[in-house]
Design a protein around this ligand. Structure first.
Ligand code: HEM
Length: 399
């Protein structure tokens, strides 16, 4: 890098760090805020910032996963972090066996649940419902009370750490999740998704357990809960869009609220390491980029949706994840005159630093529903600010 470019890199890196440090924005949102519709790459001190999807897609191909610093994926999914080695291949092969069976089950099975009326944070209520469904999809039956009591606290703990509601893992809960998963694998019931799979049982214990507990139970519960919460919040403003075209509305939900904030990759070949904001990739080059307009998906005349990844490592579970999220969302809505009102002081953001603060109910809407506020916002903002910054340092996020 010559002197001028070196100075520019120092300038842009400082600008980015300062913006992230002194605002409540996630780094991905800060990048969009700073660089908006800029095209191509911006040199930072140790990486390139990739500003638009066209530039990202035309980078030399790479089989490596996004690196460990990619936030929100870390620390819950070792699969994401596995290198391009024999284990990754095994896990991907095994994943696709269950993936197609689960897709079938989503279509054929019926799922009984109800999201109870509530004023407050519904994130964990939805999480619990989806955790049960994820079990049901893997084992083709509902979990017994004992099974669920072993599994659910571990899943909850993982999600609370991801969302930074807590900072230390509950090792007892994790152990119970591990042990129960192992028992279920050993039981190998007839309807277990891997019942006939030699490939699954050829993997060693840690990969078997990780495949069930993390690739499926955790990922389904965490990712689909976030997606359903985003959909419900947008539904409160744009109900007709969701009734008219659910597929378009899911695309638009994920465009505005991608479930990951940043993607980062270590250098490979002659390629410098890079960082990209999924928020920016999904808005750069779009008309009225910050608006929810589901009809824009009626044509192909727009950049691609980047929320599912972009290369050989892109999400293998798009159909499964949208299938489950749509199923849960539609099931909630069909509970007779469903209504939802977010708290007046709630801001819909990509992450859920104060949970999903809404008032939901069925039937008549109380008059106070449009003006209620949730408590403790300031405290949650402080915790969120601290956790975001600690995470940046801890995970060397913007390195
Ligand atoms: C609900 C919305 C979801 C979104 C938006 C999403 C998005 C993503 C993204 C961005 C990646 C990384 C792509 C990359 O490295 O380039 C990814 C990878 C992956 N996702 Fe998803 N995902 C979702 C749900 C799920 C679910 C429910 C599962 C499991 C049942 C799943 C399984 C995986 C796996 C196994 C990978 C790793 C692929 C690999 O490295 O080979 N995802 N996903």
């Amino acid at each position: 890098m010559d002197l001028i470019n070196g100075l520019k890199a120092v300038y842009y890196t400082s600008l980015l760090y300062l913006r992230v440090l002194f605002s409540l924005m996630t780094p991905g949102t800060a990048i969009w805020n700073l660089f908006q519709n800029r095209k191509g790459k911006i040199n930072l001190i140790s990486r390139d910032l990739i500003c638009d999807s066209e530039t990202l897609i035309s980078l030399p191909k790479c089989g490596k996963p996004l690196d460990g610093f990619t936030n929100a994926l870390c620390p819950f999914l070792p699969t994401f972090l596995l290198d391009n080695d024999q284990y990754w291949k095994q896990r991907r092969d095994v994943f696709s066996i269950a993936n197609s069976i689960i897709n079938q089950r989503i279509l054929e099975n019926s799922f009984e649940f109800k999201l109870e009326s509530k004023k407050g944070n519904v994130l964990w209520d939805i999480f619990e419902i989806i955790a049960k469904i994820s079990f049901q999809l893997l084992f083709n039956r509902i979990p017994t009370e004992d099974e669920f009591n072993d599994i659910y606290p571990g899943l909850l703990d993982i999600n609370k750490i991801i969302k930074r509601f807590t900072s230390k893992p509950d090792l007892q809960a994790r152990q119970a999740l591990y042990d129960r998963t192992l028992i279920l694998i050993k039981q190998n019931e007839n309807d277990f998704v891997f019942h006939d799979s030699k490939e699954f049982y050829a993997m060693n214990e840690i990969h078997q357990v990780s495949s069930i507990a993390e690739d499926f139970l955790t990922t389904i519960s965490v990712q689909c809960t976030d997606l359903v919460c985003h959909m419900l919040l947008l539904y409160s403003k744009y109900p007709n869009d969701f009734h008219d075209n659910i597929e378009n509305s899911i695309h638009e939900t994920l465009r505005l609220y991608p479930l990951t904030d940043l993607w980062t990759r270590q250098p490979y070949g002659k390629q410098r390491g890079w960082i990209a904001s999924v928020v920016q990739l999904n808005r750069n080059g779009w008309t009225q980029p910050d608006e929810f307009i589901s009809q824009r998906w009626d044509t192909n005349d727009h950049p691609p949706l980047m929320s599912w990844g972009f290369d050989i490592r892109r999400c293998p579970a798009q159909k499964l994840a949208t299938g489950i999220s749509q199923l849960v969302f539609e099931n909630i809505l069909k509970g007779g005159d469903f209504w939802i009102r977010p708290a007046r002081n709630f801001e819909h953001e990509r992450t859920f630093p104060y949970g999903c603060q809404v008032w939901i109910g069925y039937g008549e809407i109380p008059s106070e529903a449009n003006s209620w506020t949730f408590e403790g916002k300031f405290r949650m903002q402080c915790r969120r600010w601290l956790c975001e910054k600690v995470r940046m340092i801890d995970q060397n996020e913007l390195n």
